[in-house]
Design a protein around this ligand. Structure first.
Ligand SMILES: Cc1cc2nc3c(=O)[nH]c(=O)nc-3n(C[C@H](O)[C@H](O)[C@H](O)COP(=O)(O)OP(=O)(O)OC[C@H]3O[C@@H](n4cnc5c(N)ncnc54)[C@H](O)[C@@H]3O)c2cc1C
Length: 303
């Protein structure tokens, strides 16, 4: 395969065949990706997308892997990890450009150090900026969206697109950036001048809100989206006795019913069976369907 040796030459150890995705997800489950690449710049991303198109290979972007469930059979295509795309450029007193792979925790450390406010609600939300933009991550009604000036993406036809904040449709744990299989390259975020005391007290406030989250085992945060602000999925799951349910080594957290924990050696299939069980319980008892907050990779996923 000439195309593969060309990629191997260019990427070296940053391109791996049959890479276990469980190594790259916070749930620690998931089979192998046929190819796993860690580009360090835009040229390399372009090369990968171009190659995937030419060879009709499926392609998926992976940030921190903290909001995905990867099938035990893995992914028959190229996984592009944003792990090595962590550039940061300052534009002014309060503005920065961050590459997609910059960790949300890195942004928090930076804004805290610079006495800038507006990112404190992201304390305790793991993952990268790219993943946070795709899912409009946040907590208690505060989301990433509020800090966005613009986002730059690479579209699947290899064209560049710059999105002003208002060009993007932002929703609860969703954004229009998620449609169309695009690659988020970078974003410009703007913060507010503040003081260290204010920033720290705000971080503490949001950290307190997380005190009911499980402290042991591997998870991907909330599994289901809330049906509405007055019907949080976690409370419904608790009301209908889902806490503590288990399938193999996966169990519903007894601290927060919207968290499914891999207690060590769970498989993706065990987590999926538990997801379906919880969903059926809510459908039967409450008449409502819980939408997934986590993203499914690979498959097929039997309903
Ligand atoms: C303990 C814990 C607590 C959590 N608490 C919260 C919370 O309070 N609020 C909240 O919103 N979330 C929470 N999460 C979920 C998760 O942290 C966020 O959704 C996070 O923003 C995901 O980022 P990521 O980089 O890990 O994305 P990934 O899981 O890697 O990917 C998520 C999706 O984004 C896509 N994607 C990622 N990067 C790019 C890119 N550059 N271009 C195109 N597509 C991309 C992926 O293909 C995938 O579809 C929690 C997770 C954990 C483990």
């Amino acid at each position: 395969m000439w195309w593969l040796s060309e990629l191997e030459q260019r990427f070296g150890k940053r391109l791996r065949k049959d890479e276990f995705l469980k190594k790259h997800t916070s749930w620690h489950v998931g089979g192998k990706a046929a190819f796993f690449a860690e580009p360090i710049n835009e040229q390399e991303i372009l090369r990968l997308i171009h190659m995937a198109r030419e060879k009709s290979l499926s392609l998926i972007v992976l940030g921190g892997g903290t909001n995905v469930l990867v099938h035990d059979k893995g992914f028959e295509g190229i996984v592009i990890s944003t792990k090595s795309l962590r550039g940061i450029k300052r534009l002014g007193e309060t503005r920065f450009i961050f590459e997609a792979g910059v960790l949300t925790s890195q942004i928090l450390s930076l804004t805290r150090k610079e006495n800038l406010s507006g990112w404190e609600h992201m304390a305790g939300i793991p993952g990268t900026l790219g993943g946070a933009l795709i899912g409009n991550a946040g907590v208690a009604g505060k989301t990433v969206e509020e800090r966005v000036v613009w986002v730059e993406s690479l579209e699947r036809n290899l064209s560049h697109k710059k999105w002003e904040r208002d060009d993007i449709k932002w929703d609860y744990r969703d954004s229009s950036l998620a449609q169309g299989n695009r690659f988020i390259l970078r974003a410009c975020l703007d913060f507010r001048p503040s003081t260290r005391e204010t920033v720290d007290s705000s971080i503490n406030y949001y950290a307190q809100k997380r005190s009911n989250q499980p402290s042991k085992g591997f998870s991907a945060g909330s599994v289901f989206k809330n049906i509405s602000p007055v019907e949080p999925a976690g409370l419904l799951l608790e009301k209908y006795h889902c806490k503590g349910l288990s399938e193999g080594n996966a169990s519903v957290s007894d601290r927060h019913a919207n968290f499914i924990i891999n207690n060590g050696n769970a498989t993706s299939n065990e987590i999926w069976r538990l997801i379906k069980r919880c969903r059926d319980i809510i459908l039967e008892n409450h008449g409502k369907w819980l939408d997934l907050e986590v993203n499914l990779i690979g498959g097929p996923w039997r309903q």
